[in-house]
Design a protein around this ligand. Structure first.
Ligand SMILES: Cc1ncc(COP(=O)(O)O)c(C=O)c1O
Length: 493
């Protein structure tokens, strides 16, 4: 296991080089009527549809020994306040023993990476050697047994180093799962992440590098360290066809992955892909950019479990809808999973669909901090844009560039986006705590966003745009508990 050296790195700055997005000013700088939130609506989003998520990730999670759906809590006092029939909070304050939803994506992505490396090694004729995948042995929470013999594919032999950038929760999830699988993690933490969240990542045995800059900069540094920046993603079949290299790759922690001159089909030292014969470092980022979308796609698939749980829980509660789902947004990968779920075309023979075929589609509301509203800004501009981010207690949402993988789905499938203030998030966290729901600043953003959308100056127009009437059912995603990002309840900064 790698040591936990909390080291400084890099210099301050918030350039957007490499993101492939258009640089822009902050959305918060835009003019708006006094008392009205920063807001974007496109009701046509409800009429758009896309391919459904594959079922594999849900089946994978369900088979883990320590899997349990997180609770869906009904809060009638919020329904009364918001002028709707029912309000439910999907409470991700404890998911696989961690205080945020992120392990859903990280577990599926790490599983896929290790499984593909193992398959490629076997195809290389090395299947009996150092990197044979053992499709057994662990659940996420460290339990030693799995249902039906299914676990995360733990690779034997030399560990892989999973490299990632984080504004808190994703890095902790990657570190936890890497540790449970006997692998390594190297996590680049952007500025503004709560010190306790940084300590929690290091406590998982990860190497932690502090980045003196915003999230986009941490992503760049992690990519450079993993050697992935210049290397296209490697299809496993192509890797398997390459030479049987594998141990010559420099470990990411040395920062010496020589990407230059190594094509994706070579499968040699320095090529960072998911297949065998590649470097021992793999970038596991929850945000896509042109040329790096495969692993982010697995992370998004992993999030689908959360929405499938909501379907079953609403149905068990005898609830219609939902008519609106509020999603806290950083790079937009969770919102991409929401769009994929709620805008999925019906599949022939599928057992269930929520909302049922023929029912009105639900509205999807993206919620971002005013200090980092990159998806709202992109929607307003009609193209994926990068913004300069500011300070926010909503650290997990403090992202300057939407994921390239998410962007087309957000553009076409979201109904609305709203930006909230620090004070609104802090108030929502306090109110949820009083109602028995532990919520960090990002998790509480859903409630703050729904309040901003459905109440206050101009609310009638926003309600019309969202098609929310007195009989509506709302679902708010509480994506983190207070322990994930332990700002005090008074804190608005
Ligand atoms: C608690 C929490 N909520 C929401 C998000 C937003 O997810 P995404 O970056 O996929 O938009 C994050 C991202 O880190 C998070 O940590």
């Amino acid at each position: 296991m790698a040591g936990s050296d909390v080291a400084g790195s890099g210099t301050a700055g918030s350039g957007t080089a490499g993101s492939g997005a258009t640089p822009s000013r902050s959305a918060a700088a835009r003019a708006r009527p006094p008392g009205a939130p920063l807001w974007y609506a496109r009701p046509a989003g409800r009429g758009w549809s896309c391919a459904p998520a594959p079922a594999d990730a849900r089946e994978f999670h369900a088979a883990l020994s320590d899997y349990a759906p997180t609770r869906l809590v009904e809060l009638p006092s919020l329904a009364a306040e918001l002028g709707v029939r029912r309000v439910f909070v999907k409470d991700e304050s404890s998911r696989f023993g961690l205080p945020a939803f992120k392990a859903l994506g990280a577990s599926w992505a790490l599983h896929r990476v290790l499984a593909e490396r193992a398959a490629a090694s076997a195809a290389d004729g090395q299947g009996t050697g150092r990197r044979v995948a053992a499709q057994s042995g662990t659940g996420i929470g460290g339990g030693s047994e799995t249902r039906a013999g299914v676990g995360i594919g733990a690779a034997a032999g030399e560990p892989v180093t999973f490299v990632t950038a984080t504004d808190g929760n994703h890095g902790r999830a990657v570190a936890r799962i890497a540790r449970l699988l006997g692998q390594r993690a190297h996590v680049f933490v952007s500025q503004g992440v709560h010190p306790e969240a940084v300590v929690a990542i290091a406590a998982e045995g990860a190497r932690v590098t502090r980045v003196a800059g915003p999230y986009d900069q941490a992503v760049r540094e992690a990519s450079e360290t993993a050697g992935a920046a210049a290397v296209p993603e490697t299809a496993p079949a192509a890797v398997a066809a390459g030479p049987a290299g594998g141990d010559g790759g420099a470990n990411a922690t040395g920062g010496a992955n020589a990407a230059g001159g190594v094509g994706p089909d070579c499968g040699m030292a320095g090529a960072v892909g998911v297949g065998g014969g590649a470097s021992r470092s793999v970038l596991v980022q929850d945000s896509g950019r042109p040329g790096y979308e495969r692993i982010p796609g697995w992370i998004v698939e992993g999030y689908s479990t959360l929405f499938t749980e909501i379907d079953a829980q609403l149905s068990a509660a005898g609830a219609d809808g939902p008519d609106l789902v509020a999603v806290p947004v950083g790079v937009g990968s969770l919102a991409q999973a929401a769009v994929t779920h709620y805008r999925a075309r019906p599949v022939d023979g599928a057992a269930s669909r929520n909302p049922p075929a023929g029912a009105a589609a639900c509205a999807l509301l993206a919620v971002e901090p005013e200090a980092a509203a990159c998806v709202l800004e992109s929607l307003l501009q009609g193209e994926r844009a990068s913004i300069e981010t500011g300070h926010t207690a909503m650290a997990g949402l403090n992202c300057g560039t939407p994921s390239s993988l998410a962007w087309p789905l957000l553009r076409d499938g979201l109904d609305a986006a709203v930006a909230i203030t620090e004070a609104e998030s802090a108030r929502a966290a306090r109110d949820l705590a009083a109602l028995g729901v532990s919520s960090g600043p990002c998790g509480a953003a859903s409630l703050a966003g729904v309040r901003a959308a459905l109440t206050g100056e101009g609310a009638a127009d926003r309600r019309t745009a969202l098609a929310i009437g007195p009989l509506a059912t709302l679902v708010l995603l509480n994506t983190e508990g207070a322990a994930a990002n332990p700002h005090g309840p008074q804190l608005g900064t």
